[in-house]
Every structure is written in C-alpha cells, then in structure tokens.
Design a protein around this ligand. Structure first.
Ligand SMILES: [Zn+2]
Length: 218
C-alpha cells in the first residue's frame, strides 16, 4: 500500500493503537492508518464515546479510557449529538413534569440552568433546554408538551409557568407529599450523578447540551 501523505511505497507496519494497525512511511517519516481502517476506527471510537457518555461517564474519563485527547472527545461529542434524534412522543393525555436544575459551567462562579420535561409514567425525556430561564426560552419546551394535549403539567413555583401553561392542566409540585415519588425519578438521579461527576467540567453550554442529548437520546 502507498503512503497517505506522499504516495510513496516504502511503507512498513509499525505497532497498533486501540487494536488498529499503524503504518510508517520511510520516505516522509509519517505514521498513519490505511483509510479503510481509519474510517472503521473513527466509527468505532464514536460508538465507544457514545456508550461511555450514555453510562454517565464524563469527558475526562472517556478521554483517559480511549487514550484520545479531551479536545477530540469534545469535538466528536458535538458531532455525535447532531446525529441524535429526539424520539417522538405521541401519546395524548399524559402527565408531564417540568423541572429545572442549575449547574456549573467552567468556573465555580459561572452557572447555567438545565430545564427538562419528562412524561411521568415512562420517564421519557420529552425535551430539554440549556440556558437561562425566561418566558421566551422555556416556551418552546412547554409548547411541545401542549401539543400532546397533556392531562397535567407539574412544575415548581417559578413565576413564568402560569403564563405559559393553561390553568386547567397546570399543577405546582407539592414538595411534602410528592417528595418520595420525585426522589424516585430516575432522571433526577441521573442528572445529579451527571452534574456531580461530569457536567461541572463542561467548558461551554454547547458541550453540556451535546452531552445531555447523547445521554438521554443517543
Ligand atoms: Zn510518505
């Protein structure tokens, strides 16, 4: 086979990385994988990154486990998250919960909000918004639920919800009575786990969002 860089034929096998054969060109002294296995390698790495993130693994651990840089994990994470399709929820008359939690970005004094909606019975995540909370930013998420003719939408006491959700379906969490039920929510548990272990290291809102998309729907 020829060299990827100079097309020279003075190519020898030299070692393996993550099980993939590497080659070395004696003419230009560059190392590479042949393009076929390079493609396969890329797909395999994307799959591994996806599995690790879905397991609640952070970018740093993924980088360590796969022996690739954090920067590479981050850029691949963005790419993978763009391919993620949000599953369509199509049942009408269900009950939904909308909740927010805040999380740090980059530095300890810089934080943002994750607002998410789940269907109560299936715990399916219907939608997600990362960023500051306002009527304008949360509206698309609420509208998405309203299209499903919800029986009930539970939220906290945040003052923007009454203006977005019709009164007859809106219900505010009663923290004392619903507490055990709410503590059982897998989502909250996962998000807590994510935020503690991984999200704190998110450099940027877009990485945080990409991570969550892969985690929930990847
Ligand atoms: Zn060469």
């Amino acid at each position: 086979m020829g060299c990827r860089y100079c097309n020279g034929l003075n190519v020898i096998k030299r070692g393996k990385r993550n099980g993939i054969q590497r080659y070395h060109c004696k003419d230009c002294r560059k190392s590479f994988q042949d393009s076929y296995s390079y493609q396969a390698y890329n797909l395999a790495i994307d799959d591994l990154i996806k599995s690790l993130l879905r397991e609640g693994c952070g970018v740093r651990s993924a980088s360590r486990i796969l022996n690739i840089s954090c920067g590479t994990v981050l850029s691949r994470m963005l790419k993978i998250s763009k391919q993620v399709e949000v599953p369509k929820f199509q049942s009408f008359g269900c009950k939904f919960e909308v909740d927010e939690m805040w999380t740090f970005i980059k530095r300890k004094d810089d934080f943002t909000w994750i607002t998410y909606a789940i269907e109560q019975k299936t715990k399916q995540v219907i939608g997600l918004y990362v960023g500051s909370k306002s009527k304008e930013t949360i509206k698309p998420l609420i509208d998405k639920i309203l299209l499903l003719h919800p029986k009930r939408i539970y939220t906290d006491r945040l003052n923007i919800y009454p203006s977005l959700i019709p009164r007859k379906v809106h219900k505010v969490f009663q923290y004392c009575t619903n507490r055990i039920e709410r503590m059982n929510l897998t989502l909250r548990t996962h998000i807590k786990r994510l935020s503690r272990r991984t999200i704190c290291f998110s450099k940027d809102k877009k990485y945080l969002e990409a991570h969550l998309r892969i985690y929930f729907w990847g």
